[in-house]
Design a protein around this ligand. Structure first.
Ligand SMILES: C[S@@+](CC[C@H](N)C(=O)[O-])C[C@H]1O[C@@H](n2cnc3c(N)ncnc32)[C@H](O)[C@@H]1O
Length: 409
């Protein structure tokens, strides 16, 4: 990483803490809300009658953009990217080479008001532990303190602040599968409460395994949200996906074949762990297989995905094969070292998975809002000083006029 993020005080974080404080004191999980906030039902529609949005004119922003997996997918679906941000200088290089645009840096350094208005917010955000973890359960004050600590630097709140300010029609967030189970479910509850209760979005979540579109087992959670209530369904994926042989290069450079030293080390390591009853080991695959999940640490020893070779030690995937394993097109430019390229693809999204979601989101936005679904939202009595209905479409918070530094293009 080229820089450490600075932490901007997040107004939405403050609101989330208020929600947490309202949680029943006896519960283990601080932010569990048993009952929905009281809502006064009114009979007039809160959403002005509006036509669907033309997908060709849909504007999206690419947060924590990495090397642009979301961007390729949303552009293929017809969207137009109006802002990107990632503070990693190597990812910025790859992004610039492929999209002709240097992403803005640390999102905490960008004034929320400087981000252009957009219809869809996209973010594969880093899942940093919420600070609630590790705080002694005995310390009842510490519970909130820990909650507060965790969010210091938690980048989810950068997203929440942008949603609050710009009120895009929809968002698509991506994260590791175990986001739901992280910190005994508390992390996900904070995220869900923030998106639904504080920001007023309707959300849909699904864990999707990319193995039906690329030869890789890769499960990720997708959270799709809509400002207005809308019927949304995640796309249906094929039953069977392609096999590894379909993405392999015919003549990979000899440098990708493991040295005797590394291959012996990996075999001994695996044998030791097998004897101890652990499942750790390398993932040796052939053309007819599906690989394990490509991780950002693949550059270290490549052990999670090794390709069997006749009469030779196995080899790692080449960076181009990693690109294909993540569903990137072959004209995607690889401009950084192998180490950086492995890191970048291991951190990325599987493009055809996001493309299908992008198309489904755009199709949903393209349908006129069903007014019957949106009758309920005005004049809600939400938790005092916290609540925001999706009807008012104004930010919960006012942002300071002061501009923050941002990366020069
Ligand atoms: C999980 S990766 C997302 C990859 C991306 N979805 C893709 O398709 O390549 C998370 C990214 O967030 C970036 N990041 C982390 N903290 C950041 C911050 N404060 N501001 C901007 N980018 C940040 C990292 O550099 C990393 O590239």
């Amino acid at each position: 990483m080229s820089a450490k993020p600075t932490v901007r005080p997040s107004p939405i974080k403050k609101a989330a803490i208020k929600v947490a404080k309202k949680a029943p004191a006896k519960t283990e999980c601080v932010i569990v809300r048993e009952d929905p906030p009281p809502v006064r039902v009114i009979t007039e529609p809160v959403t002005p009658k509006r036509k669907g949005i033309n997908p060709d004119s849909l504007r999206f922003i690419d947060l924590f953009c990495g090397i642009g997996g979301f961007r390729i997918a949303f552009e293929k679906a017809g969207g137009k990217c109006v802002f990107s941000s990632d503070y990693d200088k190597f990812s910025q290089q790859t992004y610039k080479a492929n999209f002709g645009e240097l992403p803005h840096g640390d999102i905490n350094q960008v004034d929320v008001a400087d981000i252009p208005s957009h219809d869809i917010l996209c973010a594969g955000f880093p899942c940093q532990p919420f600070s609630i973890a590790g705080v002694s359960k005995k310390n009842s004050l510490g519970r909130l303190h820990g909650f507060d600590d965790v969010k210091q630097g938690n980048l989810f709140f950068s997203i929440a602040d942008i949603l609050d300010h710009h009120r895009p029609s929809a968002f698509v967030l991506e994260n590791v599968k175990n986001l739901k189970g992280h910190d005994k479910g508390r992390t996900f509850t904070v995220i869900k409460d923030t998106l639904e209760t504080i920001l007023g979005y309707t959300i849909y979540t699904k864990i999707i395994d990319a193995r039906t579109v690329v030869p890789q087992h890769r499960e990720r959670i997708f959270i799709v949200g809509f400002r207005e209530k809308r019927d949304f369904e995640f796309p249906v994926f094929p039953e069977q996906g392609p096999l590894l042989g379909s993405i392999l290069e015919s003549r990979p450079d000899a440098k990708y074949t493991l040295t005797d030293h590394l291959w012996n080390y990996l075999q001994n390591y695996a044998a030791k762990h097998k004897a101890a009853g652990n499942g750790f080991g390398f993932g040796l695959v052939s053309k007819k297989d599906t690989t394990r999940t490509l991780s950002a640490r693949y550059h270290k020893d490549g052990s999670e995905i090794l390709i069997a070779q006749n009469g030779k030690n196995p080899r790692r995937l080449t960076p181009r094969e990693c690109a294909r394993l993540m569903g990137y097109p072959d004209d995607y430019k690889l401009v950084v070292s192998d180490t950086q390229a492995y890191r970048q693809f291991g951190n990325s999204v599987v493009v055809p998975v996001v493309e299908r979601i992008a198309k489904a989101v755009m199709a949903t936005l393209n349908r006129p809002v069903d007014e019957k679904l949106n009758l309920v939202l005005r004049d809600e009595k939400r938790i005092e000083g916290v609540g925001q209905t999706s009807s008012s479409l104004a930010p919960v918070t006012k942002y300071p006029a002061k501009k923050r530094t941002r990366t020069k293009k």
